[in-house]
Design a protein around this ligand. Structure first.
Ligand SMILES: NC(=O)c1ccc[n+]([C@@H]2O[C@H](COP(=O)([O-])OP(=O)(O)OC[C@H]3O[C@@H](n4cnc5c(N)ncnc54)[C@H](O)[C@@H]3O)[C@@H](O)[C@H]2O)c1
Ligand SMILES: [Zn+2]
Length: 371
């Protein structure tokens, strides 16, 4: 593991849209330097930036970013939106366009997202569409955003009839991750991010899963060296998948949805907010492992190890109260990832490896839900 005083870089190789993710402990206040370098490499001559953030993150993080950009010679403006999922709406996008127009932003204006997945998805959609696309930098401040939503270029907002129904693929020119921002993250949000970290181990990397098992204390204490390592490895693993299926066409990117067929249904049925996304994913992964076991794909060991690790970091592996299996199945069929009415499940075949199955019998899903 690297010394936390150093920083690590993960490259995302997407031809002309390639970019770097810089992972450090304490370099937020000098992020303007990296951003200037990335802008230079892209031939951006203007030095105008709009930092989009939410009300919880503005002070001190977004202000620190704006100050660092100014030190590096940028004209930086701040725009904030209310914290929370409701800001992922076209109304808020519209308001941000107004702010861009007001400062006479042009094609070279840089949009910088400082915040969790909400701000990243929202600011990313603004960046993807304003004047048909302006350069974009992600500075994720939640663990979920650092290991998941800031990597891969998916941006978007919600529609009354569905989450993330309106969106685009728009890759950033760079991502700045400073693990020290996680110190102020509420415990529940922190643990939620860990669910996605555990997911990467189960689906792609047994050795990484072992590492997580051996470092539970460090994970729970948010130790800087551990954070740098788990964030870097998660970004590398997600990047490898995205590099092979940037626009979600080959189906490969679907492996990232391990636990998510269950999780999306649980989130919707428990009422959004009741379960965090990460909690729903943790429960969904337990159920996916049970389903795999029923199919004879794996033995009891994977389920036990996954449950032990998930529990050790404070995540649930069972729903707070049972849901009606009919409702769950109906919800699963509504999921936008369902193809031609076939339920699609990502199931482990061994630790570190999963496969997509479209032929899972409803009876098996019911049995898992009733277990
Ligand atoms: N684009 C993708 O590929 C992708 C992937 C996964 C999730 N998402 C999206 O991400 C969103 C969820 O992201 P999230 O979990 O980061 O939620 P979020 O952005 O709402 O952040 C959670 C809360 O933490 C606060 N916060 C953020 N950073 C903080 C910090 N350092 N200290 C204290 N408080 C802080 C926020 O203000 C907010 O109240 C969802 O909308 C989801 O659809 C997108
Ligand atoms: Zn997820």
């Amino acid at each position: 593991m690297s010394d936390p005083a150093e920083h690590r870089t993960v490259s995302v190789q997407l031809g002309p849209r390639s970019y770097e993710i810089e992972i450090s402990t304490g370099r937020l206040a000098s992020c303007g330097e990296s951003i200037s370098l990335w802008a230079e490499e892209r031939g951006l001559s203007a030095r105008q930036a709009v930092v989009i953030t939410d009300a919880n993150v503005r002070t001190p993080y977004a202000e620190t970013v704006a100050a660092s950009l100014r030190d590096a010679g940028w004209d930086a403006t701040l725009a904030d939106v209310p914290a929370g999922e409701n800001s992922k709406s076209l109304d808020v996008v519209w308001r941000l366009y107004d702010e861009l127009v007001a400062i006479e932003a042009g094609r070279q204006t840089l949009v910088v997202a400082v915040g969790g997945g909400v701000v990243g998805d929202l600011a990313g959609l603004v960046a993807a569409t304003y004047t048909r696309g302006v350069p974009f930098v992600q500075i994720p401040t939640t663990l979920l955003a650092q290991v998941d939503s800031s990597v891969g270029g998916k941006v978007g907002v919600n529609h009354a009839h569905g989450k993330n129904l309106i969106g685009a693929f728009h890759q950033p020119i760079g991502v700045v991750i400073d693990t020290t921002v996680l110190e102020s993250l509420p415990a529940r949000d922190y643990r939620s991010g860990l669910a996605e970290v555990i997911k990467y181990g189960v689906i792609l990397d047994e050795e990484f899963f072992d590492f997580l098992e051996q470092n539970i204390q460090g994970l729970n204490d948010r130790e800087p060296a551990i954070l740098q390592h788990i964030i870097a490895r998660s970004c590398e693993l997600k990047a490898q998948v995205v590099e092979q299926d940037e626009h979600e066409r080959t189906g490969l990117r679907a492996v990232l949805n391990y636990g998510h067929t269950f999780a999306h249904a649980y989130e919707a049925l428990c009422g959004y907010g009741e379960l965090t996304h990460g909690e729903a994913v943790a429960i969904g992964m337990a159920d996916a492992a049970k389903l795999a076991q029923r199919r004879g794909l794996i033995d009891q060991t994977l389920f036990s190890r996954q449950t032990a690790l998930t529990t050790a970091v404070g995540l649930p592996t069972q729903l707070p109260a049972p849901l009606n299996p009919d409702d769950v199945l109906q919800r699963m069929k509504l999921d936008k990832k369902t193809v031609a009415g076939n339920l699609r499940f990502v199931l482990p075949t061994r630790l570190g490896h999963v496969q997509v199955f479209t032929d899972v019998a409803e009876a098996d899903v019911r049995a898992v839900l009733n277990s």
